[in-house]
Design a protein around this ligand. Structure first.
Ligand code: GTP
Ligand code: SPV
Ligand code: MN
Length: 580
């Protein structure tokens, strides 16, 4: 498995080893045997705890360091030569300084540790749209997660050897000290250096670091898009398949929508998953937008997952899953808030549960291969990707944003995406409290200046007249008492049905200054127990509230100065004028 000395992969790995001084180097071949041996080793080291072997087959619990439970946006940097290229949306450091800082941290950091070399492919192994990388890490937990989440090992290495180019990712858990923790990106060098965290997006470098931050940079140069989007296949009762891609911020419902189970009233419909977190979007030769999911597994939010909310996810967690930071029952079963049965005895830190405290961490996660998903679509392996009928943006907003609205055209849709806002969640340790703007759900993930990013989005309209429609949804509207107005989950298919019908010119809408909205009668609400007043609230347009919103959006856009495309400011002015 170790490539010959002339190989660029081998040379780079040797260079890293000279810096980090590992006790031993392990080139991962990606075999099941290797995965099982690593699991056994992690169990011996106490890094993984096997959970109940009766109900759960080959499932494990990992408890992360209590200070290392989510992405750290304050410690995540994009290091471009010109600060303006990273933009106000990213933390920035001059590349030389960043390298010096990280060289200091990485120097000798793997002494007495094993250095795992993980060649991986993001996307179907033979797809021309896929991209490869190598992650070097001293964490076996990262290696087993990468096995479940990416196409890793010998085949990926063969492709890297063929192509000669790959994204270079260096990772060490270091001392797991938040004061010595950095997640650094060097898009101009196609490289990533992550130190001091073993958690999720900080450490599984194929995911947010490569497939979003570095890939978004490459995508701009090459004319495609790398987005924080799920991709879902919807088969209508006539047997026709449609594909939607949707961007919601972290912990705002992508995994759930990607695995949706149709409610009884929509029994003829079938929903299958292509991807639950990341989409790479390309225009094909006919001007149609096509999407691939670069990932091969899921790193999903555990709390709230049960048979009713996400039956598919619940099913796939019964075998070959790794849980991170959930609680345990006295029978050693994994337990989390919203699981709906069982009683936790230990919390996510392994301490006895105290009353009133959560047993699972709110950002506790499961890692599982996509192959375990009962609703996994074979089209996810398709090398050309799936054709996208509509793009959907959405946020978690208790007020104002209606259940669904349609952009009048591409430019309006880009404004909808650029203006997106969402309430903070546990997926990041430091995204603040309350509402924040999260353009296209990419605030933590866009590897370059948002102004340039919006321009890149807008440019698509000059390249094709077959672009997907753009929509905005909000499953999270609340009443005065804080109760969700919309039942969500499976019932969200009713909204998707309206979107697909609109794409075919088969459904009606009313035009408003903020977009086209369904009336109550335009939605399929058959068999749904919802008060007409709640429905009216979900579909209202509060003109005064929207005027205020447009003022706030203007301030948000102005932060990006002269990098904001004029088409976007004029589109904003058009909507604002229509509201007054
Ligand atoms: P990341 O993996 O962080 O990118 O998150 P995600 O966007 O995939 O979010 P996910 O589907 O895991 O959902 C996050 C939380 O929102 C879970 O606790 C879900 O139970 C809850 N949720 C998802 N969909 C809905 C919905 O339609 N309505 C309501 N009320 N809650 C939902
Ligand atoms: C997110 O936070 O959007 C995730 C989890 O999908 S992580 O891999 O930690 O980024
Ligand atoms: Mn995500």
């Amino acid at each position: 498995m170790i490539p010959n000395t002339a190989s660029s992969a081998r040379k780079w790995v040797e260079e890293v080893a000279r810096l980090t001084q590992p006790g031993r180097i392990h080139w991962c071949d990606g075999s099941r045997e290797e995965y099982e041996a690593l699991l056994a080793q992690l169990v011996r080291e106490g890094e993984l705890i096997p959970v109940n072997g009766g109900q759960f087959e080959d499932c494990y619990l990992h408890r992360s360091h209590p200070s290392d439970v989510a992405r750290v946006e304050n410690l995540t940097f994009v290091c471009t030569a010109d600060r303006e290229d990273a933009g106000p949306n990213n933390n920035w450091m001059p590349p030389d300084n960043a390298h010096r800082l990280l060289d200091g941290l990485f120097e000798g950091c793997m002494r007495d540790r094993v250095m795992y070399v993980i060649p991986y492919c993001m996307g179907p192994i033979n797809s021309p749209l896929s991209r490869c990388g190598i992650e070097v890490t001293d964490s076996a937990y990262v290696a087993v997660n990468m096995y479940l989440m990416t196409r890793m090992g010998a085949q990926a290495l063969a492709r890297i050897e063929r192509e000669g180019e790959f994204v270079k990712g260096m990772h060490s858990i270091g001392e797991l000290d938040p004061k010595r923790r950095y997640i650094m990106h060097f898009p101009e060098e196609l490289s990533i250096r992550s130190y001091g965290s073993g958690y999720g997006g900080n450490a599984l470098l194929g995911k947010k670091c490569h497939a979003l931050r570095i890939a978004s940079w490459q995508a701009r140069q090459e004319g495609w898009l790398a987005e924080h989007m799920l991709i879902v296949e919807i088969e209508d009762p006539a047997g026709e398949k449609h594909y939607l891609a949707a961007a919601f911020p972290s912990a705002c419902g992508k995994t759930n929508l990607a695995m949706l189970i149709p409610p009884d009233a929509l029994a003829g419909w079938k929903v299958r998953t292509i991807g639950d977190d990341i989409a790479w979007l390309h225009l094909d030769g006919d001007g149609r937008m096509r999407a691939i999911n670069p990932e091969a597994g899921y790193f999903g939010v555990v709390p709230g997952t049960n048979r009713e909310t996400n039956h598919n996810a619940f099913e796939m967690l019964q075998r070959d899953a790794i849980f991170t930071n959930v609680g345990l029952t006295s029978d050693m079963e994994p337990w989390w808030e919203g699981r709906k049965f069982g009683i936790p005895t230990l919390n996510w830190k392994g301490e006895p549960v105290k009353s009133g405290e959560k047993a699972a961490h709110p950002n506790s996660r499961f890692t599982v291969s996509a192959r375990c998903n009962p609703s996994y679509s074979p089209m996810a392996e398709h090398e050309a990707g799936v054709p996208i009928a509509a793009l959907i943006f959405g946020g978690r907003r208790a007020r104002l944003a209606p259940l669904v609205m349609e952009a009048r055209d591409w430019r309006h849709g880009v404004l909808m995406g650029a203006a997106m806002a969402s309430e903070s969640t546990a997926a990041s340790s430091d995204s603040g409290n309350g509402l924040r703007r999260d353009p296209m759900a990419m605030k933590p993930f866009c590897g370059y200046n948002f102004g340039d990013y919006w321009k890149h989005w807008l440019n698509f309209s000059g390249r094709s007249d077959r672009l997907p429609g753009i929509y905005h949804v909000n499953w999270f509207r609340q009443d005065e008492a804080g109760k969700f107005l919309w039942p969500g989950f499976g019932e969200n298919l009713r909204v998707l049905q309206w979107i697909l019908d609109r794409c075919k010119g088969r459904a009606d809408a009313r035009e408003t200054p903020v977009g086209n909205l369904p009336r109550r009668r335009d939605l399929n609400l058959q068999g749904l127990d919802i008060a007409p007043e709640a429905m009216d609230g979900l579909l209202e347009v509060d003109t005064e509230g929207w005027r205020e919103e447009m003022r706030s959006i203007a301030e948000h856009l102005a932060q990006y100065g002269d990098r904001v495309p004029s088409e976007l400011t004029s589109e904003h002015a058009r909507v604002a004028a229509a509201l007054s």
